[in-house]
Structure formats: C-alpha cells, structure tokens
Design a binder for this molecule. Structure first.
Ligand code: ARG
Length: 585
C-alpha cells in the first residue's frame, strides 16, 4: 500500500507539473506547524527562484490545480509561498480502514527478499554473561525481527566465544584441583564419564579464579596456554572436558537468553570455524596476499584513500596461534558456504570497529566475500551507570545479566504489588513483562551508537517515554475493548469528527514511515519514537472521547475500531522491539 504521505506527495507533484513547474519540487512533509495545517510543501520557493516569479503566485497556481481534490479538506497558499494542506476526513478514514485489513498494515515489504546473517549475542562460554553482552542481544534481536517483518530470511547466529584461552584456563584449574580425573591421563583409552565433573555454579567460580591466578602465577599461565594448545590440537581428554563445558554453559546461556526473549536460529561459535582455517590460509597464501611480518602472517589492508592508518590484519601469530580475526574470516567462509547470505551484520561494542574493518577488507581482498555481499558492523555505545562510567554493581564489579534482570523485576514487582491492580497469580509474569519493556525500551529508544545511562527509576516509570508507558497504553485499550464486549469490526471506523480522532488517525498512517526508518538504518529507536507518538495520540483521544458511554452505536463501533487498530499497531511494534504487553498492570 502506498504510504499516505507518498500519496499526497505524488498528487502535489502532479499539480506542480500541471502548473508548469518541476514535479520533484512537489515533495510534501508532515507540517512543522500543526496549528496551521497537517502537511506542507515548500517547493514553490525554489520554483520561484528558477522561474524568476513571485513564490506566492506559483503556490497559488499549484493550489488552483488541487481545488476539489478528494484527499484534501483544505489547500492553502500562504505568504511567502508555502502550501498548507489538511487531509480530508473521509479520505483519511478510507485509508485507515484499509490499513486495518492489509497484511502488515499496508507496509510494503522487501520486493526481493534477502538472506541476512545477524551475528549477535556473542557471549563467551564459561564466563558469565554481563551487561556488555546485553546490548548486542537486545539490539540484535530487534534488528533481526525487523528484517523478518520486511520479508527477509534472517538467520540469527549467537557466535559464541568458545575457543579461546578461557577454555585452557578452566581446564588447567581443574587439572590442579582434580588431577586424578581420567581427562588428564593421556594414556586413558576408555570412555569418559557422561556427567561433567562440575556444575554451572562451580564453572562460574572456576573461571574467575583461574583467570586471577594466571595474572600472578606465571607458571600457571604458561600451563593454561599449553592446555589451550592441547585442546586446539584435539587431545582427546581435553576435547571431552571441553564438550562438558560447552554443554553445561550453553544450557545456562539458553536459559538466560530465553528469559530475555532472545532466540537464535543457530548456535555456532568460534570453535565451529576452526576446520575452515587451514584451507583458508593455504588459499590466501597461494593468492599471494599474505606477508610475513616479525614471524607473523598478515594481510596488508591499507588503501590509498585511507586518511588514517589501518594496521594489517594478523592471521597467525609468530607462535603459530590464530586470532580473533582469523576465526571471523573462517566463519565467513562457513557462512558463505552454508547460508549464501546477501548480507552479514555484526553487532558488537563500537570499540571493535577496527577489527571488523580489517576483517571485511581481508574478506574482500581474498575473495571470501564478493562485493555483491554486504558486510556491516553495527557498533553500539556503552550502557553507563549514573556516574557516566560503564555500568557496574554497587560493589563496583561488572553486573551480571541475571542479577540486573532480577533487580529490575524486583523493583517492578514491588510497584505493581503496591498498585494492587494485578491478580496475585499474575504478578510474577506481569513483573517480568514490565521489566523487559523497561530494560529493552530503555536501551532501544537511544540511537544504537550512543552511550546511554541506565536509570532504573526512569526506565520503569509508567509515565514518560518509557516501555512501561507503552505497555500501559496497550493495557488501557485492552481494558476498553474487554468492557465493550462485542466483536470489533475493523471497517467500522468513521471519518474523524474531533481533532483528537483525526490526530490519532494521522499518526496511524505513519506506521510504515517509522518502520522503514528503523529498517533502513538498523535503528529500532525509530520504532520507539513512532510508538511514543502513537501512544500519546491514543491517550489524548481516549481522554477526550466518551467511548463506552457513547449512545450512538455506529459512532461507538467506530471508536472501538480505531482503538483496536491502535492496539494492534502498538503490539506489533513492541514485538519488533522484543517485548510484549500483559493483560493488566
Ligand atoms: N565474543 C565476542 C566478545 O565478547 C563477541 C563476538 C562478536 N562476533 C564476532 N563475529 N566477532 O567480544
């Protein structure tokens, strides 16, 4: 369905042409003086410059072309040469009624859908999830859902960090604690136990202990290095331990991400890329793009147009170890083979920008990824505490995700218990939903690249530009619909009679504009801005209109249809942001 504003723009452009003026000057925008009109066009001014005629005269000539036009209730040419438009209520009504029955409310989906891999989450196995991974999960999930809504095939890959030194540290620490375990007996040929020799809480203690030890105990650090090497060369017992670590950790990760309503399609990790590394390196060497530099193998990626220095991409260190970039390149080989994507999008902290620049350039130079496939890094800012520094616990440590969610949920639970509108049995689920809305909207309402301050009281407030406010608006509408009782007829919408009804309808027509902005720029904040405006218009309408007490049945059905469409648009939008509304709150 053509966007409402595009319909208007197209009609006004035709009028420009009919008046003998350039059609492209007929572009219409939402009015920045809503007290005067709903839409405006400033094209008569540049047209006047070109034609050396007074702008008002040209604006009047265009307006004359539009007299009697069904889409406008009013067309005015005003000094010095503005064109002001007001939409016709019946025309607007028809558009909104059509939206109500069109799939995706008339939003135009991707004409040629793409296959997109979204690489997000990126947790490091056996290390606890912390708020640093939170943004990747929240933004990535939303970007994935938006991409799908536009009709694309989007594959979400968690890309776990499951192959690094942390694995060797854990194995070596375990080795010290339980040297009798068969995993460390290199001559052992029997079956290893099916049960892991640790629980998730033990595992979570083992890693920080080992990591701290490696910083003060050189010998331990060296042995952890060796253990990593033995694991990576495929020593049987180490591989068996690694399998245990993976199973226990992914179970825990899954639980955490489920709680966040973040769902991956594939659970691959750095380890899965390893088999692709040796043949990839061979090919790159044969291509002659690999050079040796102080014993390391690197690819030079500096380009003549660069204004800053872009250091070479290091593939193999002088000690033979491969790196983060090597794994990311091998992962691209795997993705090209398995998914044949049109685009690969990565979500990490923006401090990894240089890493991805190097990886992308190497991927192009080696032909791993052809120019036709888009590679993009969406680098996001930091979630800070009120002190403006990266968010920490009260004691100053890195906040664990589980605990952060727990704290928000506790806060919200207390609030809704005080309000006493939620049934005792629904308190837990309601608190969870509101907490998610607070957390996710608090994050997503900012431009991804910006840092933001996590402020529990503000994010969880039921008023203002917050997730709970949006939920509250939805809950309020649901309550009206419940009290109305009868089935909603989406076609019962009537031409608006009040300013509030008309404003609400005009905002509804802008659904596709908000979503398109979010889709094009990977900017879920555009959806937040849209639904905040929509919720505001809905609350004003609700405030000014007697819906349930309206004696005229046709009018009442019209109001209800409008409320229901608003609810559907809001619920669709928050689903794209990754959260949902409760029944009451
Ligand atoms: N595990 C990494 C980290 O914690 C993030 C991985 C992001 N994805 C990637 N393909 N490099 O920083």
């Amino acid at each position: 369905m053509e966007k409402f504003i595009d319909l208007i723009s197209r009609r006004v452009s035709d009028a420009f042409a009919a008046a003998g003026l350039p059609a492209d000057l007929g572009k219409v925008t939402v009015s920045n003086r809503p007290d005067l009109c709903e839409y405006q066009c400033n094209g008569a001014m540049p047209a006047a410059k070109q034609a050396h005629r007074p702008p008002l005269e040209l604006a009047e000539a265009v307006a004359a072309q539009l007299r009697g036009e069904a889409m406008f209730a009013r067309v005015e040419a005003v000094r010095p040469g503005f064109l002001n438009f007001t939409a016709d209520p019946a025309y607007l009504r028809d558009y909104v009624a059509r939206m109500a029955v069109e799939p995706a409310y008339g939003l135009e989906r991707e004409a040629s859908p793409k296959t997109v891999v979204v690489d997000y989450g990126g947790p490091n196995v056996a290390k606890p999830l912390h708020v640093g991974h939170l943004r990747s999960a929240i933004i990535g999930e939303s970007v994935k859902r938006i991409g799908r809504y536009f009709g694309n095939k989007v594959i979400g890959d968690i890309h776990m960090g499951d192959w690094g030194l942390q694995m060797g540290l854990i194995i070596e620490e375990l080795h010290e604690r339980r040297p009798e375990l068969p995993y460390f007996d290199l001559d052992f040929t029997g079956d290893y136990p099916a049960e892991a020799p640790f629980t998730i809480s033990e595992l979570e203690e083992i890693y920080p202990t080992a990591s701290a030890k490696s910083k003060v105990d050189e010998d331990f650090a060296r042995r952890a290095h060796d253990a990593t090497y033995l694991l990576q060369t495929g020593v049987r017992g180490y591989k068996a331990l690694w399998d245990h670590i993976m199973r226990i950790s992914t179970e825990d990760l899954r639980k955490n991400y489920d709680k966040l309503d973040v769902h991956f399609d594939v659970w691959l990790g750095e380890s899965d890329a390893q088999p692709y590394i040796p043949p990839m390196l061979e090919r790159m060497k044969a291509q002659g793009i690999v050079t040796e530099s102080e014993g390391a193998l690197v690819v030079d990626v500096q380009q003549p147009t660069d204004t800053k220095e872009v250091p070479p991409c290091i593939l193999v260190k002088s000690d033979g170890a491969t790196l983060y970039a090597t794994t990311d390149l091998a992962t691209l080989v795997q993705r090209m083979e398995d998914f044949k994507p049109d685009k690969v999008l990565y979500l990490t902290d923006k401090r990894q920008a240089l890493h991805f620049e190097q990886v992308f350039r190497t991927a192009r130079k080696s032909g791993i990824v052809p120019e036709t496939v888009e590679l993009q890094h969406l680098g996001f800012g930091t979630m800070n505490g009120k002190d403006g520094k990266p968010f920490k616990t009260r004691e100053g440590g890195v906040m664990r995700l589980e605990r952060l969610i727990g704290e928000i949920t506790d806060y919200v639970r207390q609030k809704i218990t005080e309000n006493q509108v939620v049934d005792q049995t629904a308190v837990e689920e309601t608190a969870r939903l509101i907490a998610m809305a607070a957390l996710k909207y608090g994050d997503l309402s900012n431009q991804p690249t910006k840092d933001y301050v996590f402020d529990l009281e503000r994010f969880a407030a039921f008023e203002g530009n917050t997730g709970p406010y949006i939920l509250y608006t939805i809950v309020r509408i649901k309550s009206i619909l419940n009290k109305y009782g009868a089935a909603v007829d989406a076609q019962a919408v009537l031409p608006p009679e009040t300013k509030e009804a008309k404003d609400l309808m005009l905002v509804l027509t802008r659904f596709a504009d908000g979503l398109q902005a979010a889709y094009q720029d990977n900017a879920p904040n555009a959806i937040c801005a849209y639904i905040y405006e929509l919720a505001g218009a809905a609350n004003k309408f609700y405030h000014e209109t007697r819906i349930l007490a309206e004696p005229d049945q046709a009018k009442q059905a019209g109001y209800v249809a409008l409320m229901d469409l608003t609810r559907r648009v809001l619920e669709t939008s928050i689903d794209l942001l990754g959260f949902a509304a409760p029944e009451r709150m």
